[in-house]
Design a protein around this ligand. Structure first.
Ligand code: NAD
Length: 386
């Protein structure tokens, strides 16, 4: 059982088998600071592929499970000192709720990818179960792990740009410009199937990241949305484009757009925040810099790793000019989660910096409200607070 800061914690993984996308990123990220070591897995949707995927990754045969239920049972039977310290869930959205709930109720800390669940009812049930169990929970909204995003949040909290007035958050991609879901591309297939993805297409897949970035950096709550959702690709079952007007707590407003049919766009997540004393700009494709403008006419470009006396300093590993990126930001989420898990193991709660169950629930409430507004002629719609 890992309690010290040196021994890597043992991680089980559900999903992330052969040909999967984000599981491999999680495996790199969790190792970067020796936070976790992959020890067990139920890596795929069939037992055969799960075991074959585990073999490729060098997992011990007795911890190469056919299903996540077998992994839960098998790990609970092990002495506490050998058992996995946490599980990470990197399966399609509709499977998250049952897996996360079972592990959380068994007292095994959970890291789950976004969106937390495919329905609001599932998210509410899961959040209640997690709260009751008091098991640590992380949702891998990895973009909040970037040092310059954390510094932006610090600047907003410390008043550098004054009261937030207007925000623009955009997440634009082009990979779904054709009907890839009919061409045997499995990531496109489940993302465009309402039974697996949930009620939101692009808004659930990347809009959930945009919502989390906006909410995390501003510290404000999204209260109401008015949304226009489009499926540009003929026959597509879910939205591949959304434009959302947002009313936030206080008087702040935001505009959020997502698009997955913007040919030429790669992973263009951009946040702009305008306050009554200044503004901030950050772009995921240039994540090592943050631009800050103030009322006195000064515009500065801040470079990651330059020592701003900010909580974000510890999120950098290299001096400025040595680019850090996606994996390092992801690793910061795992680093924070490892701290939480170590505190849990030691019986001394010491929460690390990472998004938790409430971020996950808020994200699903946002997607649910956007979809309801979109289906109701873009009428202003409150987030369901139940
Ligand atoms: N944080 C991010 O930046 C990010 C990026 C991509 C995907 N995601 C999220 O990660 C999740 C997975 O997305 P992906 O693109 O990697 O999908 P994927 O289709 O590439 O991989 C899903 C994996 O889950 C496995 N799987 C399905 N059902 C399973 C089950 N019952 N038990 C065990 N394994 C099972 C599949 O076999 C596959 O290996 C989604 O929730 C997605 O929204 C997050």
């Amino acid at each position: 059982m890992g309690t010290d800061n040196h021994t890597p914690l043992r991680l089980g993984m559900v999903g992330g088998g052969k040909d999967a996308f984000i599981g491999a990123v999680h495996r790199l990220a969790c190792r970067l600071d020796d936070s976790f070591i992959l020890t067990a897995g139920a890596l795929s949707s069939t037992p055969e592929k799960s075991v074959a995927s585990a073999r490729e990754l060098g997992l011990a045969p007795e911890r190469s499970y056919g299903t996540w239920q077998q992994m839960l049972d098998g790990e609970l039977k092990r002495p506490r000192v050998e058992r996995i310290d946490a599980v990470t869930i990197v399966t399609p959205n509709h499977t998250h709720a049952a897996i996360a709930r079972a592990f959380a109720e068994a007292g095994i800390p959970v890291a789950c990818d976004k969106p937390l669940t495919s329905t609001l009812a599932d998210a509410q049930t899961l959040a209640a179960a997690v709260e009751k169990s008091k098991t640590p929970f992380c949702v891998s909204y990895n973009y909040t792990g970037y040092p310059m995003v954390r510094h932006a949040a610090h600047l907003v909290r410390t008043g550098a740009i004054g009261a937030v007035r207007k925000c623009f958050v955009e997440y634009h991609q082009g990979w779904l410009a054709t009907k890839l879901e009919d061409a045997g591309q499995k990531q496109a297939a489940w993302r465009n199937d309402p039974a697996q993805a949930g009620g939101g297409g692009a808004i659930g897949d990347i809009g959930s990241h945009a919502e989390n970035l906006l909410s995390t950096v501003t510290g404000l709550e999204i209260e109401q949305v008015a949304a226009d959702l489009t499926s540009f690709v003929p026959g597509r079952k879910l939205d591949d484009d959304a434009a959302v007007f947002i009313r936030m707590s206080g008087t702040a407003k935001a505009t959020l757009t997502v698009c997955q049919v913007a040919i030429g766009e790669e992973n263009n997540l951009t946040l702009r925040i305008h306050g009554d004393k200044g503004s901030l700009w950050w772009r995921q494709e240039e994540p090592n810099h943050l631009t800050v403008a103030t009322l006195d006419g000064m515009t500065k470009v801040l470079a990651r790793g330059s020592g701003f006396q900010s909580p974000a300093d510890s999120a950098s590993r290299l001096p400025p000019g040595h680019p850090e990126g996606f994996i390092e930001a992801f690793a910061n989420i795992y680093k924070g989660f490892a701290q939480t898990v170590r505190g849990f193991n030691a019986g001394k709660p010491t929460p690390g910096e990472h998004p938790g169950i409430h971020d996950g629930l808020r994200g699903v409430r946002f997607v649910d409200a956007v979809v309801r507004s979109g289906k109701n002629n873009s009428v202003w719609t409150s987030l369901d607070g139940r």
